[in-house]
Ligand binder design. Sequence first.
Ligand SMILES: *Cc1c(COP(=O)(O)O)cnc(C)c1O
Length: 371
Amino acid sequence: MTKKIYVTEPALPPLDQFMPYLEKIWDSKWLTNGGPFHQQLEHELAEYLGVKHLALFTNATIALVTALQALRISGEVITTPYSFVATAHSLLWNGIKPVFVDIDPETFNLDPKQIEAAITPQTTAIFPVHVYGTPCNVDEIQRIADTYGLKVIYDAAHAFGVRCNGGSVLNYGDLSVLSFHATKVFNTFEGGAIICPDAKTKQRIDHLKNFGIVDEVTVVAPGINGKMNEVQAAFGLLQLQHIDDIMVRRALVAARYRDNLAEVKGIGLPVVPDVDQVNNSYFPIMVELDYQMGRDALYSYLQTKDVMSRRYFYPLITDFPMYRGLPSARLDNLPVARRVADRVLCLPIFPDLPLADVDRICDIIRTAPAA
Ligand SMILES: *Cc1c(COP(=O)(O)O)cnc(C)c1O
């Protein structure tokens, strides 16, 4: 019996490095509400990522809900069925109707060629996802948004540290949202952030994440409680000191998978995006029809060998009951997303994954019996 290998495992710095942060919090008794670590993490993250303004949140889902509120998005919003369900849920939490558009077969991101046909007089925004950290076609999406007067909000939950065209991918669109959940490249146990280009928008977002409170006697909006606390922020600061090492080790794992799986019949490897910096946040393979067993069979077979792969993203968001009745959720509207969701399998990838384990996982895939 080998130890189970999960699809991801958080990078945890040595515990003794965290104790001085906790002592400071205990000394100051400042636990939340924009404390010193919160302020410091906002600044250090903005600098590391190469973005202008960043507002920390308790998690990315509350940040997505708040981003839509901050720009007063309403009516219909164009989005992707190929994502984590929180993307679309954040629309429903705002009373917005999701309009699903199919994805590009190479990048698995919203296909810009199909966006215009989905625009109606009610459309107010485009809400794409940088799936697996691969940038969307940001220029084309912006061109469409400009033509039709739409806002663009990116669910950038997977895109920590990704750089393209000489800068952060997070600088595209009106707002971008990061997730710092335990399973993501950079984590604060739970957490997230909204990236925005100007100080005024950040101020509005900061009000919205704190009940809409401006001062003791002024409440300007029905805001929510989306604040990140000091323990989370401190952990983020510590993790940021290790981020370069984390990125390097993820890249080594991804390269090893590519080497090992390049020649395996029926296994499709993810496209390497044409960018300045990837983050290797996921390692999705396509289990094609000429592989020796089906995708679900391989998923189960790996489990019998204690390898816990995940079918991200299957089912599609449009398969869930609160979405499947929508006209845009129809199967014939989303053939590419359907095909990808039925074939994708995300293999374990995290900084502490030994390369010997990567080799073993690839051997299992290579030698799996015909079924
Ligand atoms: C993880 C994730 C979220 C939600 O993030 P939380 O911080 O867990 O709320 C949203 N969208 C995508 C694409 C994600 O992967």
